[in-house]
Design a protein around this ligand. Structure first.
Ligand code: LMR
Length: 364
């Protein structure tokens, strides 16, 4: 049930997208017959999570502000919860111009051939949100987004979800607890290496299939920020949620390049403004929503919430530290050290050693 065989060949799709999408975009912005009201430009924004999540809410704000700031010249249609496309198909649909905007998690660009984004999957990479921002909002973050251009995609912004927790039918507090478990991961080799370092078996599945796969026992566990776990009701099919906060999950907001470049300049500027507002909003509410959903999870008395002790957390960090060196060559060049430096760590010191503060999506 692998979600994404790799490497994925997309040459046909890309060429087709390049040739068709600008025409489609131009048709949309072309004025109608004299006197007729111009048809709005329709921008389809597809995503895989629930509306009541950081990404879902930010997409809604973008939809509203895009209509206001363009005075109705653009209509954003948001398709949440994989209603239009699942993980595996959505990036290809964007390249083909069947949707114009997406916000896939940073773990989903490997199958497209842009494996560098998998750096964000490294366990215990970020020592909190400040370190993360120094990467995403600096030259390293920009250079990563620019790598998408050759794929017919423009990378516009980073949106947060938060730090991940593990769920299973047992507490996952120490490396030994993971032995032999089949754990769902996103299509990222770094996440696969992370699970193997813990003695678990990684299973790539589309997000929309995870709750059903947990219910059916196809996989034993999963990793998610609490907002995703709660809104997909995974707590109803898992007996334990352990607040490991071992890694980050965030998004790149991306658009079909020919569509974006064919937009009238003033329309594009208005959409950029709407997106800047949505980005600030996403990054403000992400932490809050994860905390709220953790409180709901605790109150629901469904899955039990386990908090690792400092010693258990340290044992997990130690077990996962070798993953950094293991995947360094896959990430290419000096990227790992560039990210360490940008995050504020000594370039040659893996941050996965005991640190003063850890990224926290939630306060246990
Ligand atoms: C996942 O597949 O677990 C996440 O990428 C879903 C999402 O978009 O937050």
């Amino acid at each position: 049930m692998r979600d994404n065989p790799r490497p994925v060949q997309r040459l046909g799709a890309r060429n087709l997208a390049r040739s068709l999408a600008p025409l489609a975009a131009l048709a949309l912005v072309a004025p109608g017959p004299a006197g007729a009201a111009a048809e709005p430009i329709v921008l389809k924004f597809s995503h895989v999570v629930a509306v009541d999540t950081p990404k879902g809410q930010a997409a809604e704000l973008f939809r509203r502000r895009a209509a206001e700031l363009t005075q109705g010249r653009v209509r954003v249609d948001v398709y949440p919860n994989s209603t239009l496309f699942k993980d595996r198909e959505e990036i290809e649909a964007l390249q083909l111009g069947r949707v114009q905007m997406l916000a896939p998690s940073l773990s989903k660009f490997g199958p497209l051939g842009v494996t560098e984004f998998e750096i964000f999957d490294l366990p215990y990479l970020f020592d909190g949100y400040d370190a993360l921002r120094r990467v995403t909002q600096g030259p390293v973050g920009r250079a990563l987004l620019d790598k998408l251009e050759s794929k017919g995609i423009v990378g516009l912004a980073y949106w947060d979800n938060g730090f991940k927790v593990f769920s299973a039918n047992r507490p996952l507090r120490t490396p030994e607890d993971f032995r032999g478990l089949r754990v769902r991961v996103q299509p990222s080799r770094v996440l696969e290496a992370q699970m193997r370092a813990l003695g678990a078996v990684p299973q790539v599945l589309a997000f929309s299939d995870v709750t059903a796969a947990l219910r059916a026992g196809i996989v034993d566990g999963a990793e998610n920020p609490v907002s995703n776990l709660w809104t997909q009701r995974m707590h109803e099919v898992q007996r334990h949620v352990t607040l490991t906060e071992h890694g980050y999950l965030g998004y790149a907001v991306i658009v079909n390049r020919p569509f974006w470049e064919a937009l009238p300049r003033d329309v594009r500027a208005a959409l950029e403004r709407a997106l800047a507002e949505a980005t600030a909003y996403a990054n403000r509410i992400a932490r809050e929503k994860n905390e709220q959903d953790l409180a709901r999870l605790r109150a629901s008395r469904t899955a039990e919430v386990d908090v690792p002790t400092a010693a258990e957390r340290l044992a997990l960090k130690r077990a996962l530290a070798p993953v950094h060196a293991e995947v360094e060559s896959r990430l290419g060049g000096t990227l790992l050290h560039d990210v360490y430096r940008a995050a504020g760590y000594a370039a040659d010191a893996p941050p996965a050693r005991p640190g003063p503060a850890e990224g926290r999506a939630s306060t246990p």
